[in-house]
Write a protein that binds this ligand. Structure first.
Ligand code: DOR
Ligand code: ZN
Ligand code: ZN
Length: 392
């Protein structure tokens, strides 16, 4: 078959270090199958499925299931993320070595919503990760500062009567874990950086030679807390949408390599968990199918990144961070490629009900966005084409 790619951009398949697929536990909002479809349509050939499933992915039984199910579906490589700690307590280290040795070969550990906030546990996790050669990813949300908080602590939240989530909740953990990583001689990855202060801390830590990397979400690069005006619960997310000055700092940091990559934090939620009062809604928004367009809008159209830069922040850097090649596999050459073809000149209008995810919580409903993935190839085989999934 000949594919006419004239006028299109060819990049390595995207790799998402931060995806919530809700299997096991909340298959009414997303499954490995529907999430894989969303990923393929978004140009992804590898996603890392976060550990805050139900039950938590704190054992090899679950991490192996996630990997196997992803391979069965066959649209994208679904790499399981293991939980650093057992259950929701965050008190006891999980058997990371067993998960790393399973068929799921867990290479990244994190806790999402039950993150590693005990400094002693974090210190031990970093030391352990070092000897296993795996990566610890930290959500950086100090729970004693985020308790009850639903929106960025600032003038907008104050005016709207929404409990504030301070920047220090994030920055204090980024600073702490940079220092813990330094002392352990280990690597640490910061999930969804959201503040200008985090950018400054990352600059500082990198300048010290600390092995720290960071991701930013598309929504934190586009949206700010002026969106809260309508109290629409679709805008509730952790960490919260910040101020326009933070958005500007995050864009600049991604352009300069202070922030290494884009990760979606794709977080499907049921209608009934999003239709309620802002403060009662679950945090999180869809991201896989819109990520590329948001990056084009915020980074390419603004002249901050060229297409070479897009390949770096969407494929090459995430691959390097988790020790895959930019084809999303353990370093190997001469194999069929993971690729994505993009029409850079088109526009499309987001319609939540047309997305492949079961849940519909996109903050971009009815927005017209630039650029679209036209074809995704996993190991040389088409997985998505012109907005439709192509089953193996
Ligand atoms: O808003 C969020 N929702 N942020 C996260 O990191 C977790 C996610 C979820 O699981 O819903
Ligand atoms: Zn998180
Ligand atoms: Zn998350």
């Amino acid at each position: 078959e000949v594919i006419d790619a004239s006028g299109q951009i060819l990049l390595p398949g995207f790799i998402d270090l931060h995806t919530h697929l809700r299997e096991p536990g909340r298959e009414d909002t997303e499954t490995i199958e529907t999430g894989s479809a969303a990923a393929a349509l978004g140009g992804y050939t590898a996603v890392f499925a976060m550990a805050n499933t139900s039950p938590v992915a704190d054992s090899v039984v679950i991490t192996d299931h996630v990997w196997r199910r992803g391979q069965e579906v066959g649209l994208v490589d679904v790499y399981p993320v293991g939980a650093v700690t057992v259950g929701l307590e965050g008190k006891q280290l999980a058997e990371m070595g067993t998960m790393a040795a399973g068929v799921g070969a867990v290479r990244m550990f994190s806790d999402d919503g039950m993150c590693v906030y005990d400094p002693l546990i974090m210190r031990r996790a970093l030391e352990y990760s070092n000897s296993l050669g795996v990566l610890i990813a930290q959500h950086a949300e100090e729970p004693r500062l985020t308790k009850g908080a639903v929106a960025h602590e600032g003038p907008n939240a104050a005016r709207l009567g929404l409990a504030g989530w301070p920047r220090a909740a994030e920055e204090s953990i980024v600073a702490r874990d940079a220092l813990l990583a330094r002392d352990a001689g280990a690597r640490v990855h910061i999930c969804h950086a959201s503040t200008a202060g985090t950018v400054e801390l990352l600059k500082w830590a990198k300048a010290q030679g600390i092995s720290i990397t960071a991701e930013v979400t598309p929504h934190h690069l586009l949206l700010d807390d002026s969106r809260l005006e309508t109290y629409d619960a679709v805008n509730r997310v952790n960490p919260p949408l910040r101020e326009s000055s933070d958005v500007a700092a995050l864009r600049q940091a991604l352009a300069e390599g202070v922030i290494d990559c884009v990760a979606t934090d794709h977080a499907p939620h049921a209608e009934q968990d999003k239709c309620c009062e802002f403060a009662a809604a679950r945090p999180g928004m869809l991201g896989l199918e819109t990520a590329l367009s948001i990056i084009v809008e915020t980074m390419v159209k603004t002249g901050l990144l060229d297409w070479r830069g897009v390949a770096q922040v969407m494929s090459e850097n995430p691959a390097r961070i988790v020790g895959l090649d930019d084809q999303g596999r353990p370093i190997a050459v001469g194999e069929p490629a993971n690729l994505v073809l993009i029409d850079p000149d088109t526009e499309w209008t987001v319609e939540a009900k047309e997305l492949a995810s079961i849940a519909h919580n996109t903050p971009y409903q009815s927005m017209t966005l630039p650029a679209k993935v036209t074809t995704t190839f996993l190991r040389g085989k088409v997985t998505a084409r012109d907005g439709k999934v192509v089953a193996g």
